[in-house]
Design a protein around this ligand. Sequence first.
Ligand code: UDX
Length: 445
Amino acid sequence: MTQQRISIVGTGYVGLCTAIAFATKGYKTITSTHNPEKATSINKGIPTFYEPKLRESLQQVVRNGYLKCTLDRKEAVLNTAITFIATATPSKPNGSINLQHIRNSTREIAEALNKKDTYHLVVVKSTVVPGTTEKVVKPLLEKHSNKHCGSDFGLCMNPEFLREGSALHDALNPDRIIIGEHDKKSGDTLEALYRDFYGDKTPPTIRTNLPTAELIKYANNAFLATKISFINTIANICEKIPEADITIVAKGIGLDQRINPQFLNAGLGYGGSCLPKDVKALIAFSNQLGYTPAMLQEVQEVNENQPRHAVEKAKEKLTELKDKKIAILGLSFKPNTDDMREARSIPIINQLLNEGANITAYDPFATSNAKSIFGNKITYASSVVEALKNADCCIIVTEWQELKALKPEDFTQNMRKPILIDGRRIYNPEEFSQKLKFTAIGLGQ
Ligand code: UDX
């Protein structure tokens, strides 16, 4: 197959990482944004967010001419054969998703299609609730292009499952490909692209209709969130049983092949740009359909309560939090990212501040994003030692590798009172309990 030219609307995690993945494999790829600063940065080979190894890969594909970023969406569509829509679908206050970016980009794509006389495939990669591609994207494409979906242009829904922190690796090595197709030709075109892209390594591919593909993405993230809230529930039970340890329970059940060990790390709950938003959206969507998804509501509630456990443990150990110096280690929603969206550090720090505590926080990458959330309400340390100096208590919020490597002495030698709350289960309780006041999520005392 002659390599198709690809355009991607949106330069967020999914948009930029997908674009780099295509460009890395030798596809001429054009990304587009309306933000001139972002475009300049991408064209210089500088990603607009932190992601391991992304900068090197972006620099390489920009340098060798396989990827460019344009402000002109029409040019991007006219010069390519397939356009992916990867714009954000943020939450509205009621939990449902805001389709404004999808609508705007779809209209712009359609206006370009109007000027095109060859077949073009439009692929929705953004996370959208079932019915969106058929009922929102397709009518807008037909209206503004004056063309017919299925014959003049194709339409697919192709959810993306990449994770922050390993985005490029995930884009290049997916577990499966889901193709929701408006019609057979659309599905054939997209499947052919992926077969060309992955070759012998093409993962299992499921072809289905548009709403089923849309729902697969929500079901996937809702299931992951459910696994996390489940293990956190068991962790909370463990804490009431002397000597019980959630990490061993998780290991024990994870070896059952029907369960598997992944996403069974108990901790302070899930954050990020996807899991919280997608569970909320699925609940709102389901309610709209007249079905109350009680289980998903509970998954969400467990997650909202989980960060409080860290604060309660601090209170238990210190009796009161007023004027106490608390060191927070880790701010981002998970390691290897500077993303603070829905990070569990936010409710924890806010609650500690409400109780009158003084916070000194350290994160290897997320400090500048954290500053836009907490401003000068907390102190930002530039190292672990600086954060721990004279602290009365320390809470591990994100399991960065740098933090995993700490020894009990790092805490005892720097803190005023060596009280450590392991919110992500990164330390060996036996070793740490011997040398300091140690408590952890899911550990029976
Ligand atoms: C998630 C999905 O994994 C991905 O497939 C989808 O495309 C986007 O959403 P991401 O948000 O990058 O990816 O992070 P993920 O690795 O799923 O972690 C989400 C949150 O769950 C993090 O806050 C993490 O700390 C937490 N988590 C994860 C746990 O608390 N325990 C676990 O066992 C796993």
